[in-house]
Design a protein. Sequence first.
Length: 261
Amino acid sequence: MKHSQLTNELQERASLYAMGALSESEILEYARHIEDDQCDVCRTAVNELQEVTALLAYSVPSATPSAAVKTRLLEQARNSAPLKRQPSFFRRRWLELIASTAAIAAIVVMAAVIQANNALQRLTGELMAEISQLQIQLSQQQIYIATLTSPENRVVDLAGQGRNLGARGRIFWDQPQKRWLFYVHDLPRVADNLSYQLWFVPKAGNPVSAAVFNTGPEGSAEVQIDLPDALTDLKAAAVTTEPAGGLPQPTGSFALLGAAE
């Protein structure tokens, strides 16, 4: 079965395979899995572990392994060795090397290398996501700057009404791009069952909903709006207080109001 990601169990299996610490049948089965199943996850793990093993084989001093590790490795060696024949000098030396603490240390270091590599990949993904978010924010800021500095802008100021006399709003209307940038300050936040609704008031016909919003704790809000092509003849802009989510037509009291003429 082809794996999609490296788990702790797969990492341990790859470590034992790279060190030659599996039985002969397990080695054959693992090799078949890599080749026949085309498992890139296990193949990559084994390649990395084998590279680390090659570096550590000459740098870590030999020492006596724990009894459990030595028993497991020697038992596997006996099971895979031909009967009635003593292992050669080189085979005995190989077994001693595998059974040394150097081999155990190599597995530990290889596991640490894989974990560090996985952590680096996760960090890379997080940084790429952050860069993507910053690019989106930069694009939005570029739109704001272009809209605010366009010589073809119309500016509509909205004054506070009723209990909101201290509030103020401003619309930067980019007519060629058919876009509004709406800013409001000192407008108290409404309860969760209510919303503020911004209206485009044409010279003829009914008001058209432009946006539904609420202010932050400090009483400010910023809204970018793409307007329909048909909405070009503006008489006024207004903000009313409506039930949460807004309504097709205004029913509540005015919170902000401004003439466009």
